[in-house]
Design a protein around this ligand. Structure first.
Ligand code: MTE
Length: 317
């Protein structure tokens, strides 16, 4: 990315949460809630104020669990990319300025009827589940995250696009008063991303509204973001306010900024280097282990078929 390349993954061991503590947190919270003890437990900024908190934790879908250890929440919560708030990785404090209620999502473009839905009404209309996904950034680091949300395919069905729609385009909010990074004119705000309709309807494409058994933290893109685990993380747009269905291929935020380095497809491939660094391996955030990167981030069996006949496209940038 066009960033100050800080070796931010070098988090001191002292900041890591022992795995067992973190994995038991849901059960502890559930038990402590009944005893009125929740305030004695570690808090993660403002999640408790979220009106959707009662919907979490959702049941884990065993189809989407993986062999890697989950990245501790405390580490994930202080290692984020959210340029609306900062180009530094530890932007948790800055992101608290994000106001997540009221929040609406507008459906526009090639749809049967344009409409706007309140996030809490949308959450009621969707069936939430938990999925543990690999999360691989183009900057060659990775995490493993227990996201909660619903398939993007369900959102597409809810929006009722016309048959002429070829792509889905998503947009982050635009509000420089709430997001200081948006005062930086160098970047093409608002952040936008897009997928083909076939990608959007692939079973892996996931609308994320929570993580670690509770509503999404602000720094992770509350109240609703995308996660496409077979693609580099920049496709996984945060804090979405508009979903449009279009005929023309969207030009995403990073592509607008530097099309020689970032493209539309952005599928993970260890054999196709970024122009400025190798993609052959990745640093695991939290352990600093260096592990080999896998084609489609290990999800080839789910997604490789999407790209048959598209071999002439730059599928891996
Ligand atoms: N969405 C918005 N609106 N703004 C951003 O800066 N960064 C992207 C993506 N979505 C970004 C965004 C990048 S580069 C990555 S790697 C992931 O979010 C990071 O998600 P995480 O902070 O939950 O790890």
């Amino acid at each position: 990315m066009l960033i100050r390349r800080k070796r931010g993954w070098e988090i001191p061991e002292s900041r890591a949460t022992p795995e067992a503590v973190f994995l038991n947190r849901r059960e502890i919270l559930a038990a402590a809630g009944g005893l009125g003890l929740a305030t004695a437990l570690p808090r993660f900024a403002h999640a408790e104020e979220d009106p959707s908190a009662g919907l979490y934790p959702a049941q884990r879908n065993p189809r989407y669990t993986i062999e890697r250890d989950v990245t501790p929440e405390k580490i994930n919560a202080h290692y984020n990319n959210f340029y609306e708030y900062s180009t530094d990785k530890d932007l948790a404090d800055a992101a608290q300025a994000l106001k997540v209620r009221p929040w609406t999502i507008q459906f526009s473009g090639l749809v049967e009827a344009e409409k706007t839905v309140d996030i809490d009404d949308l959450l009621k209309a969707m069936k939430l589940e938990e999925r543990v996904y690999r999360h691989r950034c183009v900057e060659a680091w990775s995490m493993t995250v227990p996201w909660t949300g619903f398939p993007l395919a369900d959102l597409v069905a809810y929006a009722k696009p016309l048959g002429s729609a070829k792509y889905i385009q998503m947009e982050t909010f635009l509000d420089p008063a709430m997001a200081p990074g948006q005062n930086q004119p160098f970047y093409p705000w608002p952040y936008i991303e897009g997928l083909t309709m076939a990608e959007a309807n692939n079973e892996l494409a996931f609308m994320v509204t929570g993580a670690y058994g509770k509503p999404l933290l602000k720094q992770m893109g509350a109240p609703i973001r995308l996660h496409t685990p077979w693609k580099y993380g920049f496709k996984s747009i945060k804090s979405i306010v508009r979903v449009s269905f279009v005929e023309e291929r969207p030009i995403n935020f990073w592509q607008q900024l530097q099309s020689s380095e970032y493209g539309f497809w952005a599928n993970v491939n260890p054999d196709v280097p970024h122009p400025r660094w190798s993609q052959a391996s990745e640093t695991v955030i939290g352990t600093r282990e260096r592990i080999p990167t896998r084609i489609y981030n290990g999800y080839g069996e789910f997604v490789a078929g999407l790209y048959k006949g598209l071999e002439s496209e730059p599928l891996f940038m």
